[in-house]
Design a protein around this ligand. Structure first.
Ligand code: MTE
Length: 335
């Protein structure tokens, strides 16, 4: 594809209207809701980082070595594909997946476009990544991600991805099952939930100081049975290479039967708990974002329908499937 800018199907006027409907609601209307809900007053829009970041130039550089977090581990990519996880649609274009992102920590005050997130991530330092494990488990402490990857091994899985904002993709993730990591960490049998937290790096993530109305840091959580489900995946790669920063480098969660906001990026903390913790979106706007957040076409978002989704590749509008089509594997968790 090179650096030639080809207009995407989702940039068509009709689709843009849908996109704006959803996007503006999320970015602007929610902001007001959050101010009320969280009880914060949005102060002056502060920015700790300006346009000095070095934008990613094209699809190749955006998924290439510049985002590589663990020198010396490149031989692990691409990993063998696990053919148990098949798609009912073509894979999304790598350009779209790496240039159409939600990563609120990197939203720029003067350029809030979802298609601009990738421009502001190059300052993000993802090298020598450590994850702190705490709470009710036998193995707690600080783990180097490189060591965990060596211990866990890597495989590739093709998953559908469905954002609560009604856009969808089909993505090849590389990583390992969350259950494998959990077994390695040996949680106690009183554990009911796993809490995960994104790095809160205010020097490199200008969106944090600017969006004062959100309850930073970004936190997500799963019930332990959900985290142990075979679909729950810890991703370290995308399209056969280490994760690009805008997609949550160097390590993120992927839970494809839930709306995308549950799939927390750039994880630095994992905690085993005996209660349900507060989570970012649920705390900010509880009336709009439930804790479980399972994809369900019959439950509309208060401000838009969830009956259909728009594929970010060709603009195809498809019927939303309950549990994003993964009911066979996860429905029993909610009976
Ligand atoms: N994790 C963090 N830390 N910050 C975010 O803003 N956005 C979530 C999720 N994880 C988000 C996050 C949302 S709303 C979605 S849809 C997915 O990341 C988007 O992932 P993608 O950019 O790789 O498509």
């Amino acid at each position: 594809m090179g650096n030639i800018i080809v207009p995407k199907a989702w940039e068509d006027r009709e689709l843009r209207a849908v996109e704006e409907h959803v996007y503006l609601n999320r970015r602007e209307i929610l902001r007001d809701l959050a101010v009320v809900t969280v009880g914060l007053i949005a102060g002056p829009m502060l920015s700790s980082c300006s346009d000095e970041s070095d934008p990613v130039e094209g699809p190749d550089s955006s998924i290439g070595d510049r985002n590589f977090a663990f020198p010396g581990m490149d031989s692990l990519y691409p990993a063998a594909r696990n053919s148990n996880y098949e798609l009912d649609r073509p894979l999304s274009d790598p350009f779209d997946v790496t240039h159409y992102n939600n990563f609120y920590e990197f939203i720029h005050p003067d350029d809030e476009d979802i298609k601009s997130i990738f421009k502001y991530v190059s300052v993000f330092d993802t090298r020598d990544w450590m994850i702190q494990v705490s709470g009710l488990a036998e193995r707690t402490g600080i783990f180097h991600l490189g060591d965990l990857i060596t211990e866990m091994g890597l495989e590739e899985r093709l998953y559908r991805h469905r954002c609560v904002e009604a856009w969808a993709m089909a993505v090849p993730w590389t990583g390992f099952p969350f259950s494998r990591l959990i077994q390695f960490l040996e949680p106690k049998n009183t554990v009911t939930h796993v809490r995960m937290q994104t790095i809160e790096n205010r020097d490199q993530m200008q969106g944090i100081d600017y969006q004062t109305w959100w309850p930073w840091p970004y936190v997500e959580a799963l019930r332990i049975e959900e985290a142990m489900n075979e679909l729950a995946f810890i991703a370290t790669g995308l399209f056969g290479k280490p994760l690009p920063k805008q997609n949550g480098a160097p390590v993120r969660l992927v839970v494809p039967w839930k709306y995308g906001f549950k799939s927390i990026k750039s994880i630095v903390k994992i905690e085993f708990l005996d209660h349900q913790p507060e989570t970012f979106w649920n705390k900010a706007v509880p009336a709009e974002y439930g804790f479980l957040a399972n994809v369900d076409p019959s439950v509309p978002h208060p401000r838009w329908s969830q009956e259909t989704e728009i594929m970010i590749i060709d603009g195809d509008r498809r019927a939303t499937q309950k549990y994003n089509g993964y009911g066979e594997l996860v429905a029993h968790l909610y009976e």
